[in-house]
Structures are given as C-alpha cells and as structure tokens.
Write a protein that binds this ligand. Structure first.
Ligand SMILES: [Zn+2]
Length: 366
C-alpha cells in the first residue's frame, strides 16, 4: 500500500465525487429522509469519497498515519457492532433526519440474526461493512482462526444483506495483528481505524457521548468518528449530536467502495447455513430469537446482555467460528429506567469540557 495509490481525485485509489448523495443513489430506494432533505437545516452529505481497497489500504489516524483524506471540518460517521434491535432503528432515524450517510461495520452474527435490519441500513443508502464474525480479539487467535473470523464475518454480512457488501473492515477493539493485516492486503480489504471515539459503550449518558465527540473534534478538527449502533447512549443522543455538528458547520463525508468485496465460497456456505438456521429459529420463536445476547466465552452458563454499556466493548464475545452459537437466548435488551430518564433530560451544555479525552486512548484497546 503506497501513498501514491491514494492520490486524491486522480482516477486511482481514493476518488472524490462532489455529487450530492441523492444523485448517486439511484440504486437506493427513496426514504423518508429524502423528502426532508430538500429543506434547510440538515447536515446532508457534502462529499462522497470512493475508496479503492486494492492491496488493503489503512485509514484512520489513531493508528494509521499514511492517508489523510479529510479536509478540515469534515467527519465520517461510523457505527460498529450492530445491527441491534431497538437501537439501530433509532440511529437510522437520526441519520435520516439529517439526510446523513454513514458506514456500518457489522458483526456477522448480529447480521444473520437481524437480516431485515441489515437491509434497512443498506436501503437508506449507508455503506455496509464488516467487523468479524463474532467480535473476536484477533490478537488472541491463531492466524488461521483470525482469518476465519474475518472471512466468515464478511460472508455472513453479505448473506444477511443478500448482496455484496463493501470491502471495508474494522478490527474489533482496534486490535490489528500484523499477520492478519497481511491477509487483508492480500484480499484487498480496506482497514478502517478511527480519529475520534464517542466512548458510547462506557456510559448510558447521551451527554457524555456527545461531549466525547465534540471534545475530540475540537482537538482534531475533523476525522472518522466511532459510535456503536447497539448502544443506547448513541441511539438516544445521536440526533441531538448531529444537530450540534450542523450548528458547528461540520460536513459529512460518505465513504463508498470502488468495488464490492469478494467473499470466499467456503465461508459463504457456512454463512448461508447459519442464516437459514437463524431464520428457522426466528420463525419458530419470533420474539425470543431476536435477543441481542451472546453467551460468555468461559463457562457458558451466563449470558451478558449487550445493552450493558459499561461492559459492552470488553465482553468476551469470541467463540470458535467453526462451532457457532450454542447460545441460549434470553431477555430482549431493553432500555433501563435511567436510560429512559436520560432521554428526557435537557440538552447538555456544549461548553462543558471533558478533561480526559484521548488520555491514554489506546489503553482501552490493549
Ligand atoms: Zn466492535
């Protein structure tokens, strides 16, 4: 991967389009958002950046410094770990209100559990990307198992959508072992780090999530923003944050792939079986089977709800991809009373300073 491959607007590598999102989106069905986009006061999409993932480029300045494709004031919205019942729909609604486009790095298992949500996200013009099969920490796995996590995740998200997805990938916990990066380069999968973290998994508070982003942007002035569409702080607070980003004159950049990802047939077969298995289970138990719950890796006797934000990103989600899901479904994730209260709170004070932004940022991911 060379910088030369990323010359801006030169016809190869990273390419820029100045066309409004709606113009390029002929393949996307019209949404309610489009009707509202004609009005003033929404973020919209100021620029579409087409990314050529040949040879596995790396973007996101927290880890990768080689590509700086954003102008001052530009942000890319990214959402990891979904799709999830209840929360992803609210995220989509907030984005639609602002006619904004984002990239969703989906976990394979979540995608096959909620294929209708995957299709909803795509239908609204967002970019579908992958984030492994089971949100495994790839540093802790052999190269063979880590590769399987990557490939099965890609095949599962593609199977859930029923169409090819983007070749964009984000490492769980941003843990990017060199040996797995070599695989990504060989497979022409782009690796996306971040610039600004919302830390939405650490607190149910919408105002904390919002301040983390705004403080990060005060420091960076632009960047790839990280959210999790399964987190209530983001689901409840995104609309207000987008209002504030608009007020501060930030611009939305939408990342799209130059070409779709190519899945591997052997993993498509596994993903297809898992999708069919989930669909049969859903038909039998339409309510219970929608739970956003994975078993703990050790013991397996307890289930950890992904709605528990303080544990979210540190959950040992990993299971061997070859023996998927001896999961016991349990209760559906529901907002707690405090989350409900949070939604009713007055807007946060935007001037309030969060003193700990970026302090030892990597600690969380180590
Ligand atoms: Zn994640």
């Amino acid at each position: 991967m060379t910088l030369a491959a990323f010359a801006l607007a030169t016809g190869s590598g990273l390419m820029i389009s100045s066309a409004p999102a709606q113009e390029r989106g002929a393949a996307f069905k019209a949404t309610r958002a489009d009707a509202r986009c004609s009005g003033k006061g929404v973020l919209g999409v100021s620029r579409i950046v087409e990314v050529d993932t040949t040879d596995g480029p790396r973007l996101g300045n927290l880890q990768y410094k080689e590509i700086d494709f954003l102008e001052p004031g530009e942000v890319v919205l990214t959402f990891d770990d979904g799709p999830g019942r209840q929360t992803t729909e609210r995220v989509l609604e907030a984005l639609a209100t602002h006619c904004a486009r984002a990239t969703f790095f989906m976990v394979g298992r979540m995608a096959v559990a909620n294929p209708d949500l995957v299709r909803d996200v795509a239908a609204q013009g967002h970019t579908i990307a992958s984030h492994t099969w089971s949100h495994a920490n790839l540093k802790a796995l052999s190269t063979e198992k880590a590769t399987r996590e990557v490939e099965l995740g890609l095949s599962a998200v593609s199977a859930a959508l029923g169409a090819p997805v983007s070749p964009f990938f984000r490492f769980p916990y941003l843990n990017d072992p060199r040996r797995v990066m070599a695989h990504m380069e060989q497979r022409n999968l782009g690796m996306f780090s971040i610039d600004v973290d919302s830390y939405d998994y650490k607190s149910r508070s919408t105002s904390v999530m919002q301040r983390n982003i705004l403080k990060g942007l005060e420091k960076n002035g632009k960047g790839i923003l990280l959210f999790h569409d399964i987190q209530h702080s983001t689901a409840n607070g995104l609309a207000e944050l987008l209002d504030e980003l608009h007020r501060r004159k930030f611009k939305i950049v939408h990342l799209v792939p130059k070409a779709a990802a190519k899945t591997l047939a052997s993993y498509d077969e596994i993903a297809g079986k898992e999708l069919a298995r989930r669909q049969i289970a859903t038909a039998r138990q339409p309510l219970n089977d929608r739970a956003m719950v994975w078993p703990m890796a050790t013991g397996g006797q307890t289930s950890a709800s992904v709605s528990r934000p303080e544990r979210q990103e540190t959950l040992p989600w990993h299971e061997d991809a070859a023996s998927p899901a001896k999961r016991k479904t349990s209760e559906r994730a529901r907002p707690t009373q405090s989350a409900e209260k949070e939604r009713d709170r007055p807007p946060p004070s935007w001037k309030k300073v969060e003193p700990t932004w970026q302090e030892k940022m990597f600690q969380h991911y180590q």
